[in-house]
Design a protein around this ligand. Sequence first.
Ligand code: NDP
Length: 450
Amino acid sequence: MDKYIESVYNRVVEKDPHQKIFHQALIEVLESLEPAIKKYPQYKEYAILERITEPERVIKFRVPWVDKDGKIQVNRGFRIQFNSALGPYKGGLRFHPTVTEDILKFLGFEQIFKNSLTTLPMGGGKGGSDFDPKGKTDAEVESFCESLMFELYRHIGQFTDVPAGDIGVGGREIGYLYGAYRKISNYHGTGVLTGKGAGWGGSLIRPEATGYGCVYFVNEMLKTRNEDIKGKVVVVSGSGNVAQYAVEKCIDLGAKVIAMSDSTGWIHDPAGIDREKLAWILELKNERRGRIREYADQFKVDYTVTAKGTPWSLKCDIALPCATQNEVDAKEAKMLVDNGVMAVGEGANMPTVPEGIEIFLENNILFAPGKAANAGGVSVSGLEMAQNSQRYFWTREEVDAKLHQIMQAIHANAYKTSELFGKKGNYMVGANIAGFLKVADAMIAQGHRV
Ligand code: NDP
């Protein structure tokens, strides 16, 4: 690695030695920026790397709430306001027991470049809590969301910071958060949160956007090799928001999805998940909040617990990891390659470990990193903000067409940039550099205090 880049990396590690996941995200980005840093000396002169790796603000707070037995519980809340050079901080809230400052710094850092790629004016941020909504009653989730908003409201706003959903934060949670925000602030600021219900300020296609966008991106990659997703066999991990709509778009475009999962296990349906089965999954996951194992009982297919292996052992043309970070290890990447995978699209954030990415790239597999492939979600969040500002709504078709256009533009930009920097078809290099250049130039233009 270039000495200057290495010194920036080492400085971050020395300051926060325990933030391993953030370091993983950092090194992946920094390494791929090397050709850009060499080509444009101004970034070193203006200390862009030193600045961009340090969040503008880290907010950490206590969230007390009352459980169903009347007991007071305490969780931790966070908001990482990482970079606002391009616009208000924008990024989801994650509710999961594994949430720490480390995880949110990784996600916030990725979000800077992802948001830059979308072509929309949004900075990067991320937030959440170690609260686990799984197994909680609606009243408990509401109590928690209200308490979180008691603190968060003072840090957010349509021109300041606009949170959305992520793992564990879907339509139900955004509803409670938005209700609490309105009560506290006495302000119907629809643009303060995205992922709202379509009847009260939300955008059509926002729930579908990340999954749809990921499949649009994969299809663009396939076109560069004169291929198409139609007729391809697809394995999807996860069964949450991103996974559900990635599967729907695969079905729309004529592909066959043979597997989905959750954190406890995965189902293998060789006949393919059709629209009817997918509707059943949506009801299972979004209404009954059940486990994917029930699909195996319902449709008489195989179910395997995670401890005994993952769906990456299945033979497929396309793999879409849509669950969580580091869910595809090197061994699994090798298995996918040996089984003939053609393209991998990261619906989740950083689901492939660095050694796994190496394996995909060495074997000339089309590999779409999360910051490009899953940017459709935040893109439609940006479109939701635009509609809120106009006090107007676009139709499903209009939003979907804009999403499709944005994903095509992100693909073209990442592809062209990879070529410009001598790594044609390496979407990781292309996306990281393209995302970085816009933010870095904005930071230089705005002076040394940003
Ligand atoms: P959801 O909470 O809706 O779904 C998450 C899914 O992943 C669930 O099936 C969950 O299973 C599974 N999962 C979570 N943690 C683990 C784990 N440790 N091991 C295995 N499976 C796990 O979240 P989303 O679909 O919204 O998010 C999925 C990914 O996509 C995340 O990486 C997120 O950051 C990323 N993303 C999301 C966007 C969005 O718009 N929602 C936008 C861009 C990226 P279980 O129910 O058992 O926990």
